[in-house]
Design a protein around this ligand. Structure first.
Ligand code: AMP
Ligand code: GLY
Length: 430
């Protein structure tokens, strides 16, 4: 019998999930806030609605066997709880587990309470009192609002905050909108992403990925939702040691066990660990309770198992293992000119003869034309036996797309990767 699956979300990550579900034999029903032409084409039925508005869910949930949730906002608001009440199991944690992303203080305190040694030094404040003294005590620091901020809101001393006064003012501003602010030690190292399938108990890892948050080549310019990402054929990254991956997996396993002990609710879904590899080993920068965007595109197309069966494994608590092709990937986003601060919206995008995988992001389809919105437009994925091949492929395709768009050319290049390796070496030797 065909599995009927409800997919929540409308970005490139969800387009990648949609492709994997359909490849696994699923019949797709999708809920999205704007029409993603790629997902619409793969779906039997599509409903347009705000993703955090659950009123119309039943129209689709009554038709499906299970649901897969793409973004964090509906998870934080309890879509998995609501769907469970409607008899639909969900790939995506309930609110209890979703706090790992929706509340940075919850995540930090959970790790501390359960003695999971992946936290930087940190302190949580609900008023300005004591912050100044702590800033002085801790040295290099990062300021984070408690709550979902769409990847924005984190400010690093020396980068976004130049003086302690700047930092105090920023804390004051945060405390007007959020209950708490977190001050944590600024970790030095290289970041990597470890994503996993989680069935309540088992943490089944996917290949490591490195994302690029800065807008322009050479890691310059403002922070974005992620301009692109790469993964390597050995499923690790050139600056990460074998022991480091094991530590990172263990940290995630301990976190999943802690969620169950703390909330009574098993964590079922995807778990995304953003790690900083430091001299003292991997430390958690943050958890996301979903796949990454763009990181989902690096891993799902390499999956050798049936994704629908993996989803059932997550739901039923019967995951065993997952295999991925031993290939390298480079994913690059085309984004509107002016992104992220002043993106040119409503500009047409002309797609030529693209030979790689293409994922529609935040675009809008009108009278047969594809138009830009305010966010990342289209992701392209190169897959090769090594990074060089994957990079060549993606650059060739990027040039086939026209419009008022830009992208980074350096993701996955030898030059950039070497810089990362050298940076890590310097840190380990210091
Ligand atoms: P987050 O929203 O927590 O992922 O933070 C956004 C970015 O801020 C991360 O990708 C890091 O580059 C940086 N960041 C966050 N926390 C820290 C930390 N404790 N030390 C150094 N950099 C950090
Ligand atoms: N690429 C970062 C994220 O998905 O949050």
């Amino acid at each position: 019998m065909t599995d009927k699956v409800l997919l929540i979300g409308h970005g490139s990550r969800e387009h990648a999930i949609a492709k994997a579900l359909v490849k696994g034999g699923a019949e797709l029903y999708s809920l999205m806030a704007h029409k993603n032409p790629g997902i619409v084409k793969l779906s039997k039925k599509t409903l347009l609605s705000k993703l955090t508005d659950f009123e119309h869910l039943k129209e689709l949930s009554s038709k499906v066997d299970f649901a897969v949730v793409g973004p964090e906002a509906p998870l934080a608001k309890g879509i998995s709880n609501v769907l469970a009440d409607q008899g639909v199991p969900c790939v995506g944690p309930k609110t209890q587990g979703a706090q790992l992303e929706s509340s940075k203080s919850f995540a930090r305190e959970l790790l501390e309470k359960h003695r999971i040694s992946a936290n930087p030094r940190f302190k949580i404040f609900s008023s300005i009192e004591g912050i100044e003294a702590y800033l002085k005590e801790i040295g290099g620091f990062v300021v984070k609002p408690d709550g979902l901020t769409g990847g924005k809101g984190v400010k690093v001393f020396g980068e976004h905050l130049q003086t302690e006064d700047d930092a105090l003012q920023y804390c004051q501003q945060i405390l007007k909108e959020h209950e708490q602010v977190i001050i944590e030690e600024c970790l030095e190292g290289e970041e990597f992403t470890l994503q996993a399938f989680v069935d309540g108990k088992q943490v089944i890892p996917m290949p490591l990925v490195q994302d690029h948050k800065r807008a322009y080549d050479g890691d310059t310019g403002p922070n974005t939702g992620g301009m692109g990402s790469y993964s390597c054929e050995d499923h690790s990254l050139p600056f990460v040691g074998e022991g480091d991956v094991e530590v990172a997996i263990q940290v995630m396993q301990q976190t999943v066990a802690a969620i169950k002990r703390e909330t009574g609710e098993p964590y079922k879904g995807f778990l995304y660990g953003q790690f900083m590899l430091t001299k003292q080993g991997p430390k958690i920068i943050e958890y996301n309770v979903r796949l990454g965007d763009p990181e989902a595109m690096n891993v799902l197309p390499l999956l050798q198992d049936n994704f629908v069966e993996i989803c059932w494994g997550i739901i039923n608590g019967t995951l065993k293992r997952a295999s991925f092709e031993e290939k390298a990937t480079v994913c690059s986003y085309l984004v509107p000119e002016g992104y992220p601060s002043a993106p040119k919206r409503g500009e047409p995008i002309i797609i030529g003869d693209v030979k790689t995988e293409l994922y529609y992001g935040s675009v809008h389809q009108e009278n047969g034309r594809i138009l830009t919105t305010s966010s990342r437009s289209i992701a392209l994925l190169g897959i090769g036996n090594n990074l060089q091949q994957a990079h060549e492929q993606v650059v060739e395709s990027l040039d086939k797309i026209q419009g008022k768009l830009f992208y980074r050319r350096d993701i996955g290049t030898q030059e950039l990767v070497s810089r990362r390796i050298q940076h890590m070496r310097r840190i380990l030797q210091a």
